[in-house]
Write a protein that binds this ligand. Structure first.
Ligand code: ATP
Ligand code: MG
Length: 324
């Protein structure tokens, strides 16, 4: 039976400054044990902020306004949203239970520490002696496909290629064997063969260790290869959710239809690529009603009111007036 790992309930996160505005709004979804989940959407729609909120690592001036983040341990449900980022509860969960690979390895690694030390650090921090920590780091480095681990261990990030840096990030995220890995665009900076290797590895860890993942990407091809479930985000809201194969075969929201139509197809030959008009609105100029309506070719007068979240087919949910 499916077991819930993380539940996000009515989560609204806003930028709080001279003017305040929501960046993500009323987010509701669960991550199940061992799930292969992906989060897709155009640049600026709130994917990274969502991920950072699940790690308790929101940037300065970005704060939770409403909603809950509930993490299921074996014994209890932890209300993570109610703890401050440096509380013992967060320190127990972050890294150990929920871990993240960040979007940009070159800026996320510490340039002054060796790759190996950065991988072993979570163990040392938790009281493991240096020798054991090093041995375990070397094992995980081998697992993520870093060549000559004992040599790479002593190298600094700038001495490594982009693909190796990304593997170091992955090793750091995996060293404590988390139950959920959040991977934020883990492969966008890499060439396709290295990309495939990293994604294969994430899939393998899911299958062998039962580690759930939340893969953030704007690449629907990657989603199709790696994930089973998918959430489509736009302007800080979820517009569609369900099984990857259902959503890609039968997209409901015109936004997802547009994303799919703008994909080049290797087998499709001469199909003319469609491009979607306009761009993601800035969070402070969020459209009223359906957030996608200003760009939508199917816009109706009712779209000035917010559409409800509706299950149109079994497990396939959408927020769109076309299906009311
Ligand atoms: N530190 C910050 N301070 C203020 N606004 C921010 C900050 N980080 C992100 N934002 C804003 O929050 C919104 C969502 O950003 P986010 O980085 O989550 O997008 P994304 O979906 O991850 O995009 P991308 O695909 O480009 O990574 C954007 O409008 C962005 O400008
Ligand atoms: Mg991002």
């Amino acid at each position: 039976m499916k077991k819930e790992l993380l539940r996000i309930k009515g989560l609204t996160i806003e930028f709080q400054g001279e003017i305040s505005y929501p960046i993500i709004r009323n987010l509701d979804f669960s991550i199940w044990k061992g799930e292969k989940l992906s989060l897709v959407g155009e640049s600026g729609c709130g994917k990274t902020i969502t991920a950072l909120s699940l790690m308790g690592l929101l940037p300065y001036a970005i704060k939770r306004k409403e909603g809950e983040i509930l993490f299921h341990t074996a014994r209890e449900v932890l209300p993570l949203h109610s703890f401050s980022p440096d509380s013992p509860e967060w320190l127990k969960v972050r890294g150990k239970e929920i871990s993240m690979v960040f979007q940009e390895p070159s800026v996320s690694l510490n340039p002054t520490l060796t790759a190996g030390y950065q991988i072993a650090e979570p163990l040392i921090y938790r009281g493991c002696n240096r020798k054991d920590a090093r041995d375990r780091a070397l094992r995980i480095m081998e697992k993520v496909g870093l060549p000559h681990p004992a040599d790479v261990y002593n190298r600094f990030p700038h001495e490594l290629s982009g693909g190796m840096q990304q593997r170091v990030m992955l090793a750091m995220a995996l060293i404590l064997e988390p139950s959920l890995l959040i991977a934020d665009e883990p492969t966008t900076a890499l060439d396709v063969t290295i990309q495939a290797g990293i994604l294969e590895l994430i899939k393998e860890l899911n299958e062998k260790m039962g580690m759930a993942f939340l893969l953030i990407t704007h690449d629907l091809g990657v989603v199709n290869d790696v994930a089973e479930e998918m959430i489509v985000m736009y302007a800080g809201e979820i517009l569609e959710q369900g099984k990857v194969k259902d959503l890609l075969k039968n997209p409901l929201q015109p936004y997802l239809k547009g994303l799919i139509a703008s994909l080049p197809s290797l087998s499709g030959g001469k199909k003319k690529l469609e491009s979607m008009q306009g761009s993601v609105p800035q969070p402070w100029e969020r459209p009223v009603g359906c957030v996608f309506s200003p760009r939508c070719a199917y816009r109706m007068s009712i779209c000035s009111r917010p559409p409800l979240w509706k299950e149109v087919e079994n497990g396939h949910w959408v927020r769109c007036w076309l299906y009311e």
